[in-house]
Design a protein around this ligand. Structure first.
Ligand SMILES: CC(C)(COP(=O)(O)OP(=O)(O)OC[C@H]1O[C@@H](n2cnc3c(N)ncnc32)[C@H](O)[C@@H]1OP(=O)(O)O)[C@@H](O)C(=O)NCCC(=O)NCCS
Length: 202
């Protein structure tokens, strides 16, 4: 294991929700991760290329993940110890002070509330452990399930935007969601949006 991988594992805390364990992803997870990384239905709106073999997955786990500036977890079902997907949270490249997040999970686990459960936990981690108060995320206009996850986590639609795949070949029109939370009487409460922008068509 490389120094970077050890650092990634040491600095990624194991988190828990009602049905999930969020933990670092290791090379032993390559076969499980291949299930969603090689699935066109999961990949459709993601910025990465579809994975075609487990060597590519191992490259992601061994080289790309440990080098990532975000906190990155595998989502594991408590009931059977199955790794069903992954998610990350970290400083947003465009909005100073805000953190952004992302996620993807295997197709047969969609629409069971798992991603919302995991994302709420990632947000709580950022809020409690890193003092983050502003959150931002965006999803392709044609991928409303992701927007629904954002809404269920407390974010509110803020305007339209776009993002590209990592190879720059595809551009997705997207919707941006934001949330500002503050500590009040021991509870995190949504206070305000930090900006509202008009859509490009208005
Ligand atoms: C987006 C994704 C992570 C959601 O994961 P999930 O575990 O199914 O999410 P949840 O079950 O917590 O919530 C999904 C919500 O979207 C809703 N939904 C699903 N399809 C929808 C659609 N076509 N239109 C509107 N809402 C939809 C579900 O009903 C559910 O909302 P509800 O609880 O109010 O009923 C999953 O679909 C996925 O991995 N997609 C591929 C990767 C991806 O697109 N990642 C996001 C990139 S921005």
């Amino acid at each position: 294991m490389t120094v970077q991988q050890l650092k990634y594992i040491e600095t990624t805390p194991v988190l828990e929700t009602e049905r999930l364990i969020l933990r670092p992803i290791t090379p032993q997870d390559a076969d499980a991760a291949f299930v969603w990384l090689s699935d066109e239905r999961v990949n459709r709106f993601m910025p990465y290329d579809l994975y075609t073999n487990t060597d590519e997955v191992l490259h992601w786990i061994n080289v790309i993940l440990p080098d990532d500036n975000n906190f990155h977890w595998g989502f594991v079902l408590k009931e059977n110890d199955l790794l069903i997907g992954s998610g990350s949270i970290g400083p947003d490249a465009k909005t100073i002070g805000a953190w952004g997040f992302g996620y993807n999970i295997r197709f047969d686990c969609w629409n069971k509330g798992y991603t919302t459960e995991a994302t709420k936990r990632m947000i709580r981690f950022a809020f409690e452990e890193h003092g983050v108060r502003d959150f931002v995320s965006n999803h392709a206009v044609d991928n409303p399930a992701s927007g629904r996850v954002m809404e269920k986590c407390g974010l509110v639609f803020d305007g339209f935007s776009e993002y590209k795949t990592f190879d720059g070949k595809q551009t997705f029109q997207s919707k941006t969601y934001k949330m500002h939370i503050e500590q009040e009487n021991g509870f995190a409460v949504t206070r305000r949006l930090f900006s509202i922008r008009p859509s490009p068509s208005t």
